[in-house]
Design a binder for this molecule. Sequence first.
Ligand SMILES: Cc1cc2nc3c(=O)[nH]c(=O)nc-3n(C[C@H](O)[C@H](O)[C@H](O)COP(=O)(O)OP(=O)(O)OC[C@H]3O[C@@H](n4cnc5c(N)ncnc54)[C@H](O)[C@@H]3O)c2cc1C
Length: 280
Amino acid sequence: MNFELSDEQKLVRQTARDFARQEIQPIAAQCDRESRFPIEVFNKAREIGLVNMTVPNEFGGGGWSALELGLVTSELGWACTGIAGAFGLNTIFGDVFHVAGSREQKREAFGRLQAGEFGAYAVTEPVAGSDVASIKTRAVKRGDRYVLNGSKVWISNAPVAQMFVIFAKTDPEAGHRGISAFFVNRDTPGLSVGAPLGKLGQRAGPAAEARQEKRTFPFERARACARSMKSRRLVAARNSRVTGYTPANLVSILAPSSRASTPAPETSAGTETKAPARMK
Ligand SMILES: Cc1cc2nc3c(=O)[nH]c(=O)nc-3n(C[C@H](O)[C@H](O)[C@H](O)COP(=O)(O)OP(=O)(O)OC[C@H]3O[C@@H](n4cnc5c(N)ncnc54)[C@H](O)[C@@H]3O)c2cc1C
């Protein structure tokens, strides 16, 4: 078995290495001191394909695998782990759509990532970190609506995210199998995000804290019309391979007054739009 990187992978790694040295390392210490997420650097990285790397070709992305993502993340992390972490968060958000999204959901989520929006991935709660099966957030179906109720902590990029995937219990008796994922717009009534969280390190990567007793938690009773409420049961094996949360239904909760979405351009399958073509 050949463990050598391909020429294309070496090019990806070198591009990320150059970018880290030229664009991130010079500002890393200051961003960390000021707890500032450099959105202008994020936009530059997006333009040359160093973020949103796993967005499939058919939705206008680079279609890279976890290996290339790892190469890029380790190079960017050399310069600043906070910035590298924040750059990578959209990919974690996107994982949910890879394993559980309908075509319509993928088109919306990936299209909005490609257009420059941020996604946040909200699992952790004050009493449930490693033990995801213990989350308390509830999603209750009432007619054509879901009512979500709960609080999340340590949600990376929440301060800048326009889209959230929120994990909630739809069947509390079923343990880890009773968890569903909800695709929620930031402007959904009832969703609130706390102030950026102070940290001991990685301060350039924004995260929000939730405090239920002070009502500054990221969301409370997020209530909205649910679209695509087909509640597909997904194949557990496929889910666990990528996210570890099984099985997840992915339900879109889009505020009725919802913002104009920016769907991804439909490109013909097989069109090669991989990043090197767009990289310097
Ligand atoms: C900067 C930052 C960004 C984050 N971003 C996100 C995000 O975007 N979205 C999100 O959902 N969450 C996020 N998190 C939360 C993160 O996923 C949790 O911190 C993590 O899951 C650990 O949970 P915990 O902090 O509650 O620690 P705990 O689960 O309480 O674990 C504490 C320690 O005990 C160990 N431990 C726990 N259970 C066991 C066991 N059964 N056996 C042996 N050892 C065990 C752990 O390894 C750890 O060392 C973020 C956290 C940080 C610090």
